[in-house]
Write a protein that binds this ligand. Structure first.
Ligand code: HEM
Length: 142
């Protein structure tokens, strides 16, 4: 086990994140609703663009947990800008994340990162809901 940053929010190893992220996006690619959204934004087939996306997402999680600060991005802006993403999709994304975490991590680690995902997901969902309301369009509830 590597020495952990004392500011880290809960126990987690970089290898745990890598395993979770690889399996989660494998399932995302195969998902009937979410797969096509990612295929458009990242790449239609598995390959180098997906590895780059997964590396970025792993950095995002290490940053969110307080393991390191190698992620420098703006997920709120990215999700608001992607017009394929609607508020009603977040529960599906989060369910898939919870199931994957439970399959690849210890119960404690799965619970901790799932709770963090829920909090971030709530905030992103709110941002996307506001985007739709700002346009004066009725929210798309799917
Ligand atoms: C409705 C649920 C979601 C969908 C459909 C979705 C979809 C996407 C897509 C397609 C991208 C690629 C970037 C782009 O569109 O240009 C992306 C990036 C990203 N997503 Fe999501 N996402 C969802 C929820 C979440 C949640 C809940 C989190 C975090 C807990 C998250 C974290 C990220 C991050 C960190 C990136 C990279 C942002 C960057 O480029 O710096 N996403 N997402």
């Amino acid at each position: 086990m590597t020495e952990q940053n004392p500011l880290q929010k809960f126990p987690m190893e970089p290898e745990d994140i890598d395993r979770l992220v690889a399996e989660f996006y494998k399932r995302i690619r195969a998902h009937p609703m979410l797969g096509p959204i990612f295929a458009r934004a990242i790449a239609p087939e598995d390959g180098p663009q997906w590895r780059a996306h997964e590396a970025k997402i792993a950095a995002f999680w290490r940053n969110a947990i307080g393991m390191d600060a190698s992620y420098d991005g703006n997920p709120m802006q990215i999700h608001r800008a992607n017009r394929d993403i609607h508020p009603g999709m977040f529960s599906t994304w989060l369910d898939l994340f919870h199931t994957t975490a439970a399959d690849v991590l210890s119960p404690e680690k799965a619970a901790a990162i799932s709770a963090l995902a829920d909090r971030i997901g709530q905030s992103l969902r709110y941002g996307v809901t506001m985007r739709d309301q700002e346009r004066g369009a009725p929210p798309v509830l799917r």
